[in-house]
Design a protein around this ligand. Structure first.
Ligand SMILES: *Cc1c(COP(=O)(O)O)cnc(C)c1O
Length: 405
């Protein structure tokens, strides 16, 4: 049937349809147009759609261009991201690839200096292959962007908090600087660390917000996805054009998994965040230098609180010694040694050896990324178990002054 669902090329549900608080909206998926009243959106596992006649094309014809399961997850995500249109692709890096294709040779990108490793790799690739220069600046100081804004600026790429150093960027102030001076530039925020539950960059002045859907949105580390939210329909249309042209739209089954996972985002995040706050307090009390925007000691505590409704569930801390850090990471039993975050299970990692190893050592040093840094990504396990396991690992590693208990 061609008249049942809007096709992917149609604009997603406008943000004005949000009527309830986030935790209600995120679990309420509009599936009222289902011909059989299915309670869960079905998986339209089909590559092609039949036409009624030789010239009568329907809403859908080919799943690269649009698929009903993908449209449903896109509409749902648009609602919770306060986006005019949302689009889903095969990974978070795929999302950034789609966005950076809006930049032409000779135009410029301004980005932070504590970026996700894969983001650095893509930006270096663009510099080499397309002559698109990226200026890396300290986005914790909003004014540091001013000298780089010019008529060549096309994208301003922010992360807040950054990962793994948990630095905060002032999204409203930077957006205003960019929009006042560079009408052609788009402010893009990688909001993966916060999820739309805690922070919605489009409400703070950004033009595009994107996520690795592999993390909190899906929540179970069982799929890879990227999500892009556009503030205006015209930017959404440009991004859709790239997705259709390059063929990176999310498959029907992964779209379904993403929609299934996102419904529990609020309960997962509440639990993960509450445990992370306890663990941050514990580590700080032991004398470690802890990076977490939920601690009063965080230099940008107030700024973060003005933009987000919580500190999230990722923290990093320094031990002062890479050997000790290695022994802590290897001494935990409950925390899996793994890259990534946002999963229901807790993870521990050393960014310089793992997720950020693709950044050359001299650049890591330049950006003051400590080699001994440990990152904790807190899951939904019992918080007492997580704390006890961490404490025994700290003891084994000799990281605590005197073994407690
Ligand atoms: C994981 C991640 C990405 C990349 O997403 P993939 O789904 O792994 O491609 C981008 N940005 C941040 C902050 C991430 O954590």
């Amino acid at each position: 049937m061609t008249d049942i669902l809007p096709s992917s090329p149609a604009a997603s549900v406008a943000s004005t349809t949000r009527r309830y608080r986030f935790a209600t909206e995120v679990v309420t998926v509009d599936n009222s147009d289902d011909p059989h009243n299915a309670a869960s959106v079905p998986i339209y596992q089909t590559a092609t759609f039949k036409q009624k006649g030789a010239t009568a094309t329907g809403e859908y014809d080919y799943s690269r261009s649009g698929n009903p399961t993908r449209t449903h997850v896109e509409n749902h995500l648009a609602k919770i991201m306060s986006a005019e249109r949302a689009l889903v692709v095969t990974s978070g890096m795929g999302a950034l690839d789609v966005i950076t294709r809006l930049v032409k040779t000779g135009e410029e990108i301004i980005a932070g200096d504590d970026l996700y490793g894969g983001t650095n790799r893509l930006l270096s690739f663009l510099a080499k292959s397309q002559n698109v220069k990226t200026h890396h600046i300290d986005t914790t100081k909003s004014d540091s962007i001013l000298p780089y804004l010019s008529d060549k600026t096309r994208l301003v790429l922010l992360e807040s908090p950054t990962n793994p150093l948990i630095k905060i960027s002032d999204i409203p102030t930077i957006s205003k600087y960019v929009h006042d001076r560079c009408p052609n530039a788009l402010v893009v925020v990688d909001n993966t660390m916060m999820s739309p539950y805690l922070q919605r960059p489009l409400e703070l002045g950004a033009d595009i917000s994107y996520h690795s859907g592999t993390k909190y949105l899906s929540g179970h580390h069982d799929l890879m996805a990227g999500v892009i939210g556009a503030k205006t329909a015209s930017v959404g249309d440009e991004l859709y054009y790239v997705i259709n042209a390059t063929g990176c739209g999310l498959s029907p089954f992964d779209s379904w998994l993403l929609l299934r996972g996102v419904k529990t985002l609020a309960v997962r995040m509440d639990k993960q965040q509450a445990s992370c706050i306890r663990i941050a307090d514990y580590l700080e009390a032991q004398g470690f230098k802890v990076h977490f925007p939920g601690l009063r000691s965080h230099p940008q505590y107030d700024l973060h609180a003005s933009m987000a409704s919580g500190p999230g569930a990722v923290l990093s801390f320094e031990t002062g010694d890479t050997g000790i850090s290695e022994r802590i990471v290897e001494g935990t039993k409950l925390w899996s040694i793994s890259v990534s975050f946002g999963c229901v299970n807790s993870l521990i990692s050393m960014p310089c050896r793992m997720s950020h190893a693709s950044i050359p050592a001299h650049i890591r040093a330049e950006r003051s990324l400590p080699e001994d840094l440990i990152r904790l990504c807190v899951g939904i396990e019992d918080a007492d178990d997580l704390l006890e396991d961490l404490e025994q690992a700290l003891n084994i590693a000799g990281a605590l002054p005197t073994p407690s208990k």
